[in-house]
Design a protein around this ligand. Sequence first.
Ligand SMILES: Cc1cc2nc3c(=O)[nH]c(=O)nc-3n(C[C@H](O)[C@H](O)[C@H](O)COP(=O)(O)OP(=O)(O)OC[C@H]3O[C@@H](n4cnc5c(N)ncnc54)[C@H](O)[C@@H]3O)c2cc1C
Length: 399
Amino acid sequence: MQSVDVAIVGGGMVGLAVACGLQGSGLRVAVIENHLPQPVAPDAAPELRVSAINAASEKLLTHLGAWPKISERASCYHGMEVWERDSFGQIAFDDKSFGFSHLGHIVENSVIHQALWQRAEQCSDITLMAPAEINQVAWGENEAFLTLKDGTMLTARLVVGADGANSWLRGKADIPLTFWDYNHHALVATIRTAEPHQAVARQAFHGDGILAFLPLSDPHLCSIVWSLPPEEAARMQQADDEAFNQALSVAFNMRLGLCSVESERRVFPLTGRYARSFAGHRLALVGDAAHTIHPLAGQGVNLGFMDAAELISEIRRLHREGKDFGQHLYLRRYERSRKHSAAVMLASMQGFRDLFAGSNPAKKLLRDIGLKLADTLPGVKPQLIRQAMGLQDLPSWLQ
Ligand SMILES: Cc1cc2nc3c(=O)[nH]c(=O)nc-3n(C[C@H](O)[C@H](O)[C@H](O)COP(=O)(O)OP(=O)(O)OC[C@H]3O[C@@H](n4cnc5c(N)ncnc54)[C@H](O)[C@@H]3O)c2cc1C
């Protein structure tokens, strides 16, 4: 029977961030992860799964010592443009107008994962158990008991559920989940464009679809996230390259000229999820285990990283004060603050999704006027940009 202070189930990006953040706190940490990460070759073509990483997450990853490695393959973007197809509604941002050096980075998920994994490997107080799968969990008064599939047994004062959207741990703890279908599937692919992207992230709303072009290091390469009704996404996944390229270039108003697909196309069903509790007796949920949102604003893992930052700060503070950080009573502060942030984000994404759904002419006129006003009225854009960069809601540990 091994004994640790914090057992993290799920060594994805968010779980590993929690582990790295507890390094040096005097606590022993174990990470239980299903899969061993695959190393990313420096000259490999861009991976299909990327994330738009905002300034707040960059701050956290810098604090954790993972950013130098990540930045080797990250592409910085300096501008953002959002518009509705066939209309005058448009809003644009650039970093210089607001005194920032950049607005964010597009990074392959595997690069972030690998950098955090390597950081965790270097820490003597973190034990990485992989490939390993949890089989049983029981919560006692003073500790939790975990059994892995290979028979290994573990006790911990706190179990962190970082095991993703279909969290096994959330189910075992009987935490109810509110969920809803966005009626969108996201098609992801890597696209070569005739015109250079000029380090601008772009998003077009068209009919019932939302199309994001995220700029990669090569000035003519973008990663796309194309959210479409499920049957439309399936049709676009199966279309031959020529038909796909044509439909994509049209949906994107030919902003970057002709597009040509350079990778396979993968499709992800999109579901909104919100766990009724983010904490319980000797349990805290973080990242997708606690909430999932529509990728239209590229905020899912950013929200998860802020859960990690808040939880790290709370555990470290409670431990310094000699408190038993596994008690629900002490985890309530974490729960309150993160539930609030997730609820605000989920509501805003739903608002956007509803506002841009359908082609009712009156509604279309209203949203185009809204976009135009947001683009021109003084004071609106600085607020929006700070929100997108995660600077409005920065956990105290990162301030
Ligand atoms: C199409 C798409 C585009 C997106 N774009 C963005 C974006 O631009 N910006 C952004 O911020 N977010 C984005 N997101 C969201 C982001 O990808 C997720 O929020 C993020 O990956 C969640 O990370 P996580 O560590 O919480 O969970 P996961 O990445 O799901 O990690 C969970 C880990 O737990 C492990 N695990 C699961 N069960 C067990 C078990 N029983 N035992 C042991 N280990 C287990 C898994 O192997 C996995 O490694 C996007 C999502 C989608 C679908």
